[in-house]
Structure formats: structure tokens, C-alpha cells
Write a protein that binds this ligand. Structure first.
Ligand code: FES
Length: 132
């Protein structure tokens, strides 16, 4: 396991994408409701940064529905508005767009990132994800 001390937890503002450099990779960390998420800081749409993106609860249900799931946050790319689920890196509206995600841990106020990327979850619509 290649674990990196990325930053202090106090340096992560709630719901604000924060860019850190980990070796040759640029990651974006997001603190949200007690969790810290780590994604590769490259939007798969046109290879841009999420740094100025908004982080919001994932909209639920129908388009235009006011329902929001605060337990399932997304980062909204500031360039063209595609959303990516922080936990999985998947784009809810386009299966072809995925961001690498990394496991994080907080110990003694320091945020650690496991630099081995997590496998993408299955996007199969017909069954459950493997490993569940
Ligand atoms: S570059 Fe991110 S949505 Fe277009």
C-alpha cells in the first residue's frame, strides 16, 4: 500500500475541492460531512481541474426534483457542469466518464491517501456490483 500524508484535516474547508500533489499525480480532496474523498484532479470530459467546482448532495429522482441526497455528494466540474460522485468517481449521466478515486484515512489530524486507485465499481444496470 502506497500511502501518502496529503495534508492536515484542518486545512480542508468543508465542500471545497482542494488540490494536492502526490508524487506525479494531482489529486483533489474534498471534506464533506465528516468524510474525506480523494479523486484524481482530471475531469475525464476535457482533462481540466475540479479545483473551482462546487460540491453538493447528489440530486435524487427526476430531473428538476428538489430531492437531494446529502450522503452521496458529487463534485460539479466548473467547466461544463458534468457531475462526478465523490465516492465512486462515476458520472451519473454518462457512463463513459469516470474519475479515479482513492481511499483516505484520517489519523491524528492528518489526511492520508492510499495511492493505489480503487477499482471502478461496476456500472451494470442489471445487477449488483461485484464485491458487495
Ligand atoms: S471539462 Fe469537466 S465537464 Fe467539461
Amino acid at each position: 500500500v502506497a500511502e501518502l500524508a496529503a495534508c492536515r484535516l484542518v486545512d480542508l474547508a468543508e465542500a471545497k475541492p482542494t488540490v494536492v500533489v502526490a508524487g506525479e499525480r494531482e489529486l483533489v480532496l474534498v471534506r464533506w460531512r465528516g468524510d474525506v474523498y480523494a479523486l484524481r484532479n482530471v475531469c475525464p470530459h476535457m482533462s481540466t481541474s475540479f479545483q473551482r467546482g462546487a460540491v453538493v448532495g447528489r440530486a435524487g429522482g427526476r430531473v428538476g426534483s428538489p430531492d437531494v441526497d446529502d450522503t452521496d455528494p458529487v463534485v460539479v466540474c466548473p467547466w461544463h457542469g458534468y457531475e462526478f460522485v465523490l465516492a465512486s468517481g462515476l458520472c451519473p449521466t454518462d457512463d463513459r466518464l469516470r474519475v479515479r478515486t482513492y481511499s483516505t484515512a484520517v489519523r491524528d489530524g492528518t489526511v492520508y491517501v492510499d495511492l493505489d486507485p480503487r477499482p471502478h465499481p461496476s456500472v451494470s444496470r442489471s445487477g449488483s456490483s461485484p464485491g458487495r
